[in-house]
Structure formats: C-alpha cells, structure tokens
Design a protein around this ligand. Structure first.
Ligand code: SF4
Ligand code: SF4
Length: 441
C-alpha cells in the first residue's frame, strides 16, 4: 500500500482553514433549555412521535419511530417535559415535525440505557442494536446504518472501510474524535466487522492529520485485523467512491452502490456511536459539532445534544466576530446556507461555519468557456457543464440521461469553474426534480 499517496481520479486542492479549530479539544456544550428534536433527520421514512404533549421523558428514551425499514429511530437528548409537537425548518432546508422538550435540569437517563458485551452479540443482534439506537451515517448523509449493514441476498462484501478522511475544509470534529476517542472508534469498527462478517478492514485518514494516524494506530491491536490507510489530502477524498478507489483500487460505476464492488464504508463518528450503543447502551442523542470560521469569536469542537439550536452554540462560542456574511450548516463545499439560527443540531450536523461579511463575495456568473476543468475534477466522472445547462433549463429528462443522480454534490466543479457557474447548486436542485418525477411515475 502506497501510504500517504493513496488517492482517486479527479478532485481539487482546497484551502483547508482547519487551523481555526483543530487544536481545540472537544468541549461538552451546555444542554439546551429547549431541545427541538426532528422526526426526520435521516434518509428514508419520517418517524412519528410516540410521546404526547405533557409527557415527561428522560435521556435516551425513544420519542419517535416508524415501522418502515429505511428509517432511523429518534431519542430524547434531554430530560424534561414535552411542551409541543410542531412542524419547523431544519438545517437541510426542509420542514419536519419536531418534538419540543423543556429541560428539567435533572439529566436523568432512561432505564433502557444499559451496556452489552460485544462477544455475546451475534451479527444480527449488532445490526438490531444499531437500529434500536437510531444510528445513522454521521458523515453527513444520515443514511440509516442498519440498512447499510443489511446486505441483500446474492451480494457479498469482503472489505469494510472506516472513513476518517474529513476532507471538508474547516471541519475538525472527526479529527478530534480520532485523537481523543481512538479506542472507542476501534471498538466500534470491530463491531462493524463482526456484523458484516468481513476480514479486510481499513481506516482511511488524510495525511494532513498524522497525529490522528498515530493515535488510531496505537489503539489497534494486531489481532484486531485493522489497517490504517494514509490518504493524500485532496478534496473530496472522503466521498464514498473516492475513498474506495483510493484504498482498494475498485471503481464504483455510475449509479452503482459500493456493495456492488464488495465494500461497505462507514464514518469514524458512526463507529464511535456504535461503540457507545454497545458498551453503554447509549442511543444516538449527541454528536460532535465544529463551530468555526473567522466570523465566530472562538471556534470550538463541541459535544452537543441533538435538538440544540444553532443560536445556542454560536452563543457558547463567544458570538459573532463582526457582521456575519453567511452561516452554513456543514462546510463551505457541501454545506447548506441558513436563513435562520432557529434550527436544531441533527444527527448529520458536522459543523456550523460562520463566514464574515468581507469573505462573502457575489461574483458575476459568466458564460461557460468550455475549458473542461469541471470534467477533470468531478470524482464521479460526470459532465457537470452539460448536466448544469440542462438543470438550468429545467430539462429533467436530459439531466437524468446525463446521470445527474450520480452527482455526490461535492462542489468541486463549482469551486474550479473560472466562469463561476452555479454547477453543483443547479445539479443538486435538478436531482430533487428527478427523484420527484421518478416517485410519481
Ligand atoms: S458534478 Fe457533482 S460529483 Fe461532480 S464535481 Fe460537481 S458536485 Fe461533485
Ligand atoms: S469549468 Fe466552468 S467554464 Fe469550464 S467547462 Fe466547466 S462550466 Fe464551462
């Protein structure tokens, strides 16, 4: 293995800005006075509340579920009283039903929160435990993890990769997690290996985080059968298809899933959540969130209860540094600009980025000069200039024909485009139209 040089075809070098928060140890955020817990934080069917207004709930108690397989159970992140169940915007830009809990300050845990012994769990029991504890991909996509681990009949997996690339600029939560909780991550990864019955296991980390490489290597015992793969620092190294190619040399075809090439990819934070669920019986009710950018007084990495409003975390980071130009959920490449700070942290919230006004430029959009740079950098091998042109004309059929759905929305094409065309943004929008059209037909 060509350690430190492993990479994929395409991609871009982006300014990282990780120095703002990478040396800040994880700090436990104050638990909020009110937690707004969305019933849909994941890909799949929304949950329905299983509590009523006026009920008292405790930490880790199930408050939302559905019978659908592709979904993710939701748990209370604070102890207190259900004050309201209402529909509100979340950071993804969609509206969903939220259970609003008022904190009673007791931090009482639910009686169901009890640890188990990994050696005594069968593969199916591990998958059931992942489901019951509401674990969904914490790298941002929030795909229900039990679904990813349920390999369909006829498919065979021989390799599992834990994604510690954290290639998105500014974000440092996974980096801190690997430095501070390497043993838990390795424990969670061993559980994933057991659940999938797979021997080949790699943790992929970019070579801009060599301290994390060392911390993780130290936590791995020879009998664990886990290898650290040091990746070249390049964006989007952490996209599933990119990391699979970098480590195994296998190409996932356009529109295909990783399991078609015998691989499952999970995130380091997801492995930590699985370890917490097994060792402590802890459902996914909190996560690491990096609050960063030059528009914030004191960038930090927080351990945050799900449902905490963004405004609370900004306050706990010292507030805005000058006039904010843009607040983004996530990083600058894949994140979503917010129009309000009254949105809660969800399972997929990796960061809150505040750019000061002077860093937010409105650059004019020029006609495409057919330079081909967007084709060169696209990690999915797409033709962003054509898909975007069809998207801007709302030509759903042609955009679909040019495989718009294979776009991973990494933003590399928009970043490199000298004409500043809204490539990724227009493709993201047309994808929604294609999916809606397919659902109708
Ligand atoms: S088309 Fe999609 S996958 Fe390709 S570079 Fe643009 S955003 Fe990334
Ligand atoms: S990078 Fe921009 S200008 Fe160049 S071909 Fe793509 S869309 Fe056109």
């Amino acid at each position: 293995m060509n350690q430190g040089k492993l990479t994929f075809k395409g991609g871009v070098q982006v300014p990282e800005f990780k120095e703002l928060a990478e040396s800040k140890p994880i700090e436990v955020a104050e638990s909020p006075q009110f937690a707004y817990i969305p019933m849909q934080q994941h890909i799949g069917a929304p949950c329905e509340p299983v509590v009523n207004v006026g009920d008292r709930v405790t930490i880790g108690q199930k408050i939302g579920e559905t019978g659908a397989f592709v979904s993710s159970t939701v748990h209370a992140s604070i102890a207190g009283t259900v004050k309201e169940i209402k529909t509100m915007y979340i950071s993804t830009g969609s509206k969903t039903k939220c259970v609003v809990i008022e904190n009673d300050g007791t931090d009482e845990m639910h009686e169901s929160v009890k640890g188990r012994n990994l050696d005594e769990l069968s593969p199916q029991e591990i998958i059931n435990l992942v489901k019951d504890n509401g674990i969904a991909g914490m790298g941002g996509a929030c795909f229900p993890t039990h679904v990813k681990f349920s390999i369909p009949d006829g498919k065979k997996i021989d390799t599992v990769i834990l994604n510690g690339a954290e290639c998105e600029p500014y974000l440092t939560g996974d980096h801190r997690l690997m430095l501070e909780n390497a043993e838990s991550i390795v424990f969670g990864f061993k559980a994933i290996k057991k659940a999938l019955g797979v021997e080949k296991a790699y943790i992929g980390i970019e070579n801009n985080k060599m301290d994390a490489v060392e911390a993780v290597k130290k936590a791995i015992k020879p009998e664990d059968g886990i290898e650290v793969a040091v990746l070249q620092t390049k964006y989007p190294q952490g996209a599933e298809k990119s990391i699979i190619y970098a480590i195994t040399g296998r190409s996932v075809g356009t529109g295909a899933l990783p399991l078609e090439v015998g691989v499952v990819v999970s995130n380091v934070a997801t492995a930590k959540a699985i370890a917490d669920a097994i060792q402590h019986g802890k459902p996914l009710y909190e996560r690491i969130v990096t609050v960063t950018g030059r528009g914030i007084v004191e960038p930090k990495n927080f351990l945050v209860r799900i449902g905490t409003p963004f405004s609370e975390l900004i306050r706990q980071s010292g507030g805005f540094n000058g006039k904010p130009g843009k607040v983004i959920s996530g990083g600058p490449m894949m994140g979503i600009a917010q129009f309000t700070l009254d949105v809660p942290v969800i399972k997929g919230s990796g960061g809150i980025l505040v750019l000061p006004e002077e860093e937010v430029k409105d650059e004019p959009v020029l006609p495409c000069i057919k330079c081909g740079k967007c084709l060169d950098v696209c990690p999915s091998g797409l033709q962003p200039l054509f898909i975007s042109a069809y998207a801007l004309r709302n030509d759903v059929e042609r955009a679909d024909y040019y495989s718009a759905l294979a776009c991973v929305e990494c933003g590399a094409c928009s970043f490199i485009c000298p004409a500043k065309r809204p490539l990724a943004e227009s493709i993201r929008n047309i994808k929604k139209e294609i999916i809606a059209k397919r659902k109708k037909s």
